[in-house]
Design a protein around this ligand. Structure first.
Ligand code: KG4
Ligand code: ZN
Length: 338
């Protein structure tokens, strides 16, 4: 069954074709225009999606080696995300499915991240815990069986990726900040500054990352001359030490809460997903934790960590074969919950 997946919730225009869950193509066009603004500008994102959606879908079909008439379903993100950006993908998907008279299914972006570990082998067994860490979300989810899950906890303020991006901005690094901090932290000392770890209540699965971000800001104001929300000069070593110390505090919390969820929910399989799951320190620390505590860890390939059409098509395929599809009246929901 050929399924087309379309993703336009934020700043990636992506389309993928899967054949019974096997990826035939996964085209991702990242909008570089936002880099000079240090964050995603919604209006620019919508306009770029409008320009790119046609060519990206066309390329996905060409690379997959099929014609649009061979498609048997269209899956598309309808939330959460930026309203204008979501509407571009959703309208395109509806028109295509309507014209081809094939099922159309709206996909929750965060749920698609959750199943991104099912794109490749080996696949996790149910039940499993999924830590979804992206620019907009940080969630711990208990996935009981296919298409059935329960949210255990989520961030009360900033998402983990958002904290990375905001700290990168304070340090005068580029956007998105996560990969840059990840790279710089490799040469830094994670114990150089002891930034706070916010664990909240002892049994809480919720997260809070705004305190860590603010601590970095205060540290910079106290320790770097004339700091005014942007570093003008700082040694490479100090920059690496700040990045490593900040990263250590974020990763400590993510690893400890994931382990707590795995133990309490008595699961043997744990997955991570979302843009921050590309983080090398998080991957390393969670793998060590899995080895020590006897659970299996599943991490998507890099290209399926950040936003991509393949994960949308994957979940779309799972839903369509389970008999689920959406009505053409489906609207975009920017704050759609899991
Ligand atoms: O899932 P995603 O592509 O988009 C959202 O749904 O938000 O995640 C993007 C986020 C950004 O905040 C980016 O800085 C972060 O993922 N990210 C990383 C890394 N690669 C991407 N954060 C830390 N380390 C990385 N290597
Ligand atoms: Zn995402």
């Amino acid at each position: 069954m050929y399924i087309l997946g379309i993703e336009t919730s934020c700043d990636e225009t992506s389309a993928a074709v899967l054949d019974d869950g096997k990826v035939l193509s996964n085209i991702i066009s990242s909008q570089l225009i936002h880099q000079k603004y240090g964050g995603v500008v919604p209006e620019l994102a919508s306009r770029a999606h409008q320009r790119l959606i046609g060519p990206v879908v066309k390329e996905a079909l060409v690379v997959a080696g099929i014609k649009k008439q061979q498609l048997e379903g269209v899956a598309v993100t309808y939330g959460p995300g930026l309203m204008g950006a979501l509407l571009v993908g959703l309208s395109f998907a509806k028109a295509l499915a309507y014209g081809l008279k094939i099922p159309f299914v709206g996909i929750n972006h965060m749920e698609a991240h959750m199943y991104s570990n099912f794109i490749d082998e080996p696949k996790p067994d149910y039940p499993f815990i999924c830590l979804t860490v992206s620019g907009g979300h940080t969630q711990l989810i208990y996935v009981q069986k296919a298409l059935h899950h329960q949210l255990l906890g989520e961030t009360l303020d900033d998402a983990a990726g958002e904290a990375y991006d905001k700290v990168a901005k304070m340090l005068g690094l580029g956007f998105p900040g996560g990969p840059i901090i990840d790279k710089l932290a490799k040469d830094g000392n994670p114990n150089f500054i002891k930034f706070p770890r916010t664990f909240l209540e002892p049994d809480s699965y919720d997260f809070s990352f705004s305190g860590i971000k603010t601590s970095v800001l205060y540290w910079l104001k106290d320790h770097t001359p004339d700091y005014s929300y942007h570093i003008s000069h700082i040694s490479n070593q100090l920059l690496a030490d700040i990045c490593a110390s900040f990263q250590a505090s974020v990763v400590d919390v993510l690893v400890e809460k994931t382990l707590r969820a795995a133990k309490n929910m008595k699961v043997r399989n744990v997955t991570i997903a979302g843009g921050v799951s590309a983080n090398s320190e998080l991957r390393k620390r969670l793998q060590a934790c899995a080895d020590e505590n006897g659970f299996r860890l599943f991490i998507p390939e890099f290209r399926y960590c950040t936003d991509n059409g393949a994960m949308i098509a994957q979940l779309g395929w799972m839903k369509i074969i389970a008999g689920q599809s959406s009505d053409f009246s489906l609207n975009a929901i920017p704050n759609l919950s899991i």
